[in-house]
Write a protein that binds this ligand. Structure first.
Ligand SMILES: [Zn+2]
Length: 530
C-alpha cells in the first residue's frame, strides 16, 4: 500500500463551484463532494466533460453539504457506475432528497428547451446531464452519520464530520488516511448566523483544505438584530416607493433566514403589514424540512414562524403569473443568481418599473445575470427580451452563509498546528490571493491548486505536486467573452444615444470599426510572419 495519500483536485479550484476532491490511498479512492459547476456558460460546459476518474472505481463519497455546487454531480456519478455509499449528515440527506430531483428537472427542461430550438433541427438531440431516475439512484446510496462521530467510509479511511455553520446539515470533513490527518472545510459559515452555531473543527493536522469564497471581503460585524433592522429599513424604503420588492433568493437557507426576519419585523410592527410571496416550489419544500428540524436549530422553536399569516407559498405557475399584477408586495423567488427559475419572470416585470426594488441578499458569481444587474447594467436580456433597468437596485451584504476574510483566517488558525500544507480552494482569484497574503506568515506551505493538479500528502511535511493542472480549463474558469459581449451589446445603443449628436455618434462607430480592423490586421501580420 502506498505510504502517502494522493489528492487530486477536480473542481472548486480558482472558482467557487464544482467542488470535488479525490483522495487515493492504496487501491481505495474516495471523493469529498461531487458538485456542479455553476455560473457562466463556459464554466457550465465543464459539467459535461467526462469524469477524470472511473466512477465505478470510487469506493465512497463524503458529502459536506447539500448545496448543488457540492452535490449536483452525484446523479451523474451514479449513472456512470458509482455504487458506493454517499456519507452525509441526516439533514443533508433530507435536503438532497429535494435538491437533487429539482436539479435533475432543471437539466431535463434545459435539454428539452434546446431540442425544441428550430435552428438545431439537423443536429443530434441533446440529452440531459442527468435525469430524475439518476437523482433517485444517487439518493438511494446515501448513508447518514451525526456530527463528531467516527466512521469508516472505506478500508484504510477514518472520517468525522464537524459543524461548519454554513447551512442546515453542513459539515467539515476530517479524514485520517493511513497516518495522515487532513481536514476539508466544506463551506464555512459566519459568526452570528441564524439557525447555526459557529463552525468548529479539530486541530493538529497534516493538511488543511480551506474554502476562500469571501477571502477578500471584510464584512462589518453584524448581529442578528442589526441585520434584521437593516432588512426592515430596506423593506420600508422599497414599499414606500409603491412598487414591489423583488428578492432573488437561494431556495436553501437564505429563504428561511429572510422569512424568520420578516416574520419578526412584522410581528414587532417594525415594518408595515405586507404580503410576502415565496414563489419557488423548491424553497417551499426546503422550508418544510427546516420546520422539521426547528427544535434543533437556533431561534426557530418548533418552526411555527413559517406559518405566519403574511406568508404565501406559491405553487402553481398560474398563481405565479398572477403576481405580475401585484404592487406593494414582497416577492422571494429563486434562483439566487437569476440564472433560471421564476425570478427571471419577476425581473422581467419589475426591472423596468421605477417604483420597484430588486434587493440582492446573496453572492452573485461572475457571468451571472444577477451580477450584471448588481454591477449596474442599464439594460439586460431576459428570455430573448431586452429590458431596461429602472428599478432601484439594492444589496444587503450581511446575510452571507460564508465566513468572511477574518473569520476564514481565524478558523484556519484555530486548526493549527498544521505540519503540512494549507490548500486554498473554492474562491475566485482575488479572494484566494488575499487570503494567501493574510496566512502566508502563519502557514509555511500555502497552495492555490488548479483543477487537475495532483499532490502527494505526506505525514508531517508539505504536500508535493505530482501533476500540473489542465491549461484548457483555465479559460473556462474566468468570466467568458460571451458574457462580456452580451453586456456590451445590450448597452451599446444606450451608450450611443448618450453621445451629444449624430456626427459624434458616427465618429464613435468609425473608431470601433478601426479597433476591430486593428485586431484583424494584427492576426494577419502574425500569420504572415510564420
Ligand atoms: Zn455551500
Amino acid at each position: 500500500m502506498a505510504a502517502e495519500p494522493i489528492l487530486t483536485v477536480h473542481g472548486a479550484a480558482q472558482t467557487v463551484t464544482g467542488s470535488c476532491f479525490e483522495i487515493e490511498h492504496g487501491d481505495r479512492r474516495l471523493l469529498v463532494d461531487c458538485g456542479l459547476f455553476q455560473g457562466s456558460r463556459s464554466l457550465e460546459t465543464l459539467n459535461y466533460r467526462p469524469f477524470a476518474f472511473d466512477p465505478g472505481r470510487i469506493h465512497a463519497v463524503i458529502l459536506t453539504h447539500a448545496h448543488i455546487d457540492h452535490s449536483g454531480l452525484l446523479p451523474r456519478l451514479a449513472a456512470e457506475g458509482f455504487r458506493g455509499p454517499i456519507w452525509c449528515t441526516p439533514p443533508t440527506r433530507d435536503l438532497l432528497a429535494v435538491m437533487l430531483p429539482d436539479s435533475a428537472r432543471i437539466q431535463e427542461q434545459e435539454a428539452e428547451r434546446r431540442n425544441r430550438r428550430t435552428d438545431r433541427a439537423d443536429e443530434p438531440a441533446v440529452t440531459p446531464l442527468y435525469t430524475s431516475d439518476d437523482a433517485d439512484a444517487a439518493i438511494g446510496l446515501v448513508r447518514t452519520v451525526g456530527l463528531e462521530q467516527s466512521f469508516a467510509p472505506a478500508e484504510g479511511f477514518e472520517a468525522r464530520f464537524w459543524n461548519a455553520g454554513h447551512i442546515l446539515g453542513s459539515a467539515s470533513a476530517e479524514l485520517k488516511v493511513g497516518d495522515v490527518r487532513m481536514l476539508f472545510s466544506g463551506d464555512l459559515g459566519p459568526e452570528h448566523k441564524s439557525f447555526h452555531l459557529d463552525p468548529q473543527g479539530p486541530h493538529g493536522l497534516d493538511h488543511l483544505i480551506c474554502e476562500s469564497t469571501y477571502g477578500d471581503r471584510d464584512r462589518e460585524e453584524t448581529t442578528a438584530d442589526e441585520r434584521r433592522a437593516h432588512l426592515g429599513d430596506e423593506v420600508e424604503r422599497a414599499l414606500a416607493a409603491g412598487g414591489n420588492l423583488v428578492v432573488p433568493v437561494f431556495a436553501l437557507e437564505r429563504t428561511q433566514e429572510l422569512l424568520l426576519d420578516l416574520a419578526r419585523l412584522i410581528d414587532q410592527g417594525r415594518i408595515r403589514a405586507v404580503q410576502v410571496f415565496i414563489d419557488s416550489p423548491l424553497a417551499s419544500r426546503v422550508t418544510e424540512i427546516f420546520r422539521g428540524y426547528g427544535h434543533r436549530l437556533e431561534d426557530l422553536g418548533d418552526g411555527e414562524v413559517f406559518d405566519h399569516p403574511a406568508f404565501h407559498f406559491v405553487e402553481s405557475v398560474e398563481t405565479s403569473m398572477r403576481l405580475n399584477s401585484v404592487s406593494g408586495a414582497i416577492i422571494l423567488a429563486a434562483s439566487g443568481m437569476c440564472e433560471a427559475g421564476r425570478i427571471r419572470h419577476h425581473l422581467r416585470h419589475n426591472l423596468a418599473r421605477q417604483d420597484s426594488t430588486i434587493l440582492f441578499v446573496g453572492f452573485q458569481a461572475q457571468g451571472t445575470l444577477g451580477r450584471a444587474i448588481l454591477d449596474g447594467a442599464r439594460r439586460v436580456r431576459i428570455s430573448g427580451r431586452d429590458i431596461a433597468v429602472r428599478a432601484a437596485i439594492r444589496r444587503i451584504d450581511s446575510y452571507s452563509a460564508h465566513a468572511d476574510r477574518g473569520e476564514l483566517a481565524d478558523w484556519a488558525k484555530a486548526r493549527r498546528p498544521l505540519w503540512g500544507s494549507l490548500f486554498l480552494v473554492h474562491g475566485e482569484r482575488a479572494a484566494l490571493e488575499s487570503l494567501r497574503a493574510d496566512l502566508a506568515d502563519l502557514f509555511p506551505s500555502v497552495r492555490i491548486p488548479e483543477i487537475g493538479e495532483t499532490y502527494a500528502l505526506p505525514a508531517g511535511a508539505p504536500a508535493r505536486r505530482l501533476a500540473t493542472g489542465r491549461a484548457e480549463l483555465r479559460e473556462a474558469i474566468g468570466r467568458d467573452w460571451q458574457n462580456d459581449y452580451a453586456d456590451f451589446a445590450a448597452n451599446l445603443k444606450n451608450e450611443l444615444r448618450r453621445i451629444e449628436d449624430d456626427e459624434r455618434r458616427r465618429e464613435a462607430l468609425a473608431t470601433m470599426r478601426e479597433v476591430l480592423q486593428g485586431f484583424r490586421d494584427h492576426k494577419a501580420k502574425r500569420q504572415a510572419r510564420r
